[in-house]
Design a protein around this ligand. Structure first.
Ligand code: FES
Ligand code: MG
Length: 575
């Protein structure tokens, strides 16, 4: 059933013969538009997260014009709507403070304007979940267009990966194995073009998820930002969204529990960022679906990591992944884990979208029997330290920490930990468990990416490069190491992590999916009775609203009032 022009949402603005619509029409003419340009045509909002201070989105200003070309060709009218850019590289304390802000902005931009369908331009970490969460809540036809990964980094004849090589060479500098001059070379060579981080960080993870859940044109998430194919992806998305409006193909018709399971399977096979968990759960809950940590645990046991992209993979980057066949080829190699009949923005099924996809380099995109890691990328652990769950990335850590016991060294804030790890006389051994608390959704605030806690200098000088680390923070998708993250409930609100003391023994068993502190229930009860909640972080502004309404990590860290089942649905504007 195709929509008729009178049924378009925008017709309520432009159609009626009343004074209010006279105002809308005359003001459209003020912008130089003739009635022929809007009458009976889908009006497409291009929600653009371009900004002068987001290097990952530098090209989106120009790409919006390419999207517009596609929309015009297909008989729509493009309207560009700027939105907050959530720039991972610059925003403090963390972009995670602003993911829900972008989601609200996206939803309200689309609701309050005469928009029939939307193209969402983003890609830098939180921008993908932010844009899609908002569009899911608004539920008008939409396509997500990823910014695309940047080109590989280069330094002294070697390839550099975003994030991952910053951490690696920083530790080498601190261990004294490279010079300041080398370090300056890394700084100049690690980010060579516009586009998002080109490791399998949160950006590449989330754009792969947007595609595999059905919201991006097939293959779109693998195209490097600097490739002319990216320009063509933009115009094609513009052409397609106009058709989607006529077909009324909305997120609620695309997103099902099965499509989210496809996204989880793909995330696992890609060696995804730990952030995928929080964002996918939040997206699923916006769609009114029960997506939980259990789904990740379930797929983690079944789907091996076959995308050989750093940091879980050994050597390759997103550019290599694209040349090797990209996400369609990867999906082809895990077909038996996918629901192939799910519908996507193409109006076709996953099976149709991946038909004919081929792997051109089977070292980059492996078969399952030659997997990079036998299980999925992430493991969900529970125990008396984290009753609601926490996360570790078993494929990207020293395997000896999969089962480990050691004494905790606990820090209550980042600055004191940062100072301590530089002390070469710090009382710490390779068996210790380094712990940071007050870094969760409320405590951080905003759950900053501090979770790859810095290795103590004393251990680095001993030649040690990994140890067990534990926090209620997140970590960058480009990070690696034996880091337990997202401990829920967080310490700041009185989760059991708040009761852990230096010297307590922490035991982890990843196979058994357990994490515990060896402290008796009676002792924990006594410590709880003596626990004093920390003071509130904000008394006014956005931070105040954030801390009033942010939820815990294991349910996606969305605002409670944005949940689909929170109160009656928001009605359409009536006059
Ligand atoms: Fe933007 Fe990594 S900083 S994607
Ligand atoms: Mg990141």
């Amino acid at each position: 059933m195709r929509k008729s022009p009178e049924e378009l949402r925008s017709a309520r603005w432009f159609g009626p013969a009343d004074l209010r619509s006279f105002g809308h029409r005359s003001r459209a003419m003020q912008m130089g538009l003739a009635p022929e340009e809007w009458r009976g045509k889908p009006i497409i909002g291009i929600v653009n997260t371009w900004s002068d201070i987001n290097p990952c989105h530098t090209h989106l200003r120009a790409r919006a014009e390419d999207v517009k070309r596609g929309i015009l060709m297909a008989g729509g009218l493009p309207i560009e709507l700027p939105a907050i850019s959530v720039s991972e590289s610059f925003q403090k304390p963390t972009t995670m403070m602003y993911r829900n802000f972008l989601a609200m902005e996206t939803e309200e931009l689309l609701r309050s304007h005469p928009i029939d369908g939307a193209v969402l331009l983003g890609g830098c970490d939180k921008s993908t979940p932010g844009l899609t969460m908002g569009a899911i809540s608004m539920d008008i036809p939409c396509i997500f267009v990823p910014a695309g990964p940047m080109l590989r980094g280069h330094f002294q004849g070697k390839t550099l990966g975003s994030g991952s090589d910053s951490w690696k060479y920083w530790d080498e500098l601190r261990a004294g194995t490279i010079t300041e001059e080398d370090w300056a070379g890394v700084e100049a060579g690690i980010a060579r073009s516009h586009g998002t981080c080109m490791t399998m960080g949160t950006a590449s993870t989330m754009t792969a998820i947007a595609e595999s859940v059905g919201l991006t044109l097939p293959g779109g998430s693998s195209i490097p930002a600097a490739d002319s194919g990216h320009i063509r992806l933009c115009s094609e998305s513009g052409r397609r969204i106009v058709e989607m409006v006529w077909e009324d193909l909305k997120p609620s018709k695309i997103l099902t529990k099965q499509s989210f399971e496809n996204a989880i399977a793909v995330a696992m096979a890609m060696g995804c960022s730990t952030n995928a968990i929080i964002h996918l759960i939040a997206m699923g809950r916006r769609a009114g679906l029960d997506v939980s940590l259990d789904d990740f645990e379930n797929y983690s046991r079944r789907v091996p990591v076959i995308g050989n992209v750093r940091p879980t993979g050994s050597q390759y980057l997103m550019e290599d992944f694209f040349y090797a066949g990209g996400i369609r080829a990867l999906m082809g190699n895990i077909r038996e884990h996918l629901h192939l009949d799910c519908i996507t923005v193409t109006g076709k099924t996953v099976a149709e979208n991946i038909e004919g996809a081929r792997v051109y380099n089977d070292d980059v995109i492996r078969t399952q029997d030659r997997a990079i890691y036998r299980e999925g990328s992430l493991a969900v652990l529970k125990g008396n330290l984290s009753p609601d769950g926490c996360v570790i990335k078993p494929g990207a850590m020293d395997q000896k920490f999969l089962k480990h016991s050691g004494p905790a060294l606990v820090f209550d804030d980042y600055p004191s930990m940062k100072k301590a790890v530089e002390d070469e006389n710090l009382d710490i051994t390779p068996d210790h468990v380094l712990v940071l608390r007050n870094a969760g959704p409320q405590g951080g605030p905003g759950m900053p990416e501090w979770g790859m806690l810095p290795m103590p200098k004393k251990l680095l000088k001993m030649g040690i490069r990994d140890m067990l680390r534990l926090s209620d923070a997140r970590m960058s998708g480009t990070s690696y190491g034996a880091c337990v993250l997202h401990v829920s409930p967080e310490s700041y609100v009185g989760g059991p992590l708040a009761l852990l003391r230096t010297g307590d023994i922490v035991t982890i068993d990843v196979d058994a999916r357990r994490i515990d502190m060896e402290v008796s229930d009676e002792e924990l009860a006594a410590r709880r009775a003596a626990w004093v909640p920390p003071p509130k972080r904000f008394e006014r502004g956005y931070g105040w609203m954030f801390s009033q309404h942010i939820q815990q990590a294991h349910i996606g860290a969305d605002f409670d009032f944005l949940r689909t089942d929170f109160g009656a649905p928001v009605s359409e504007p009536v006059i």
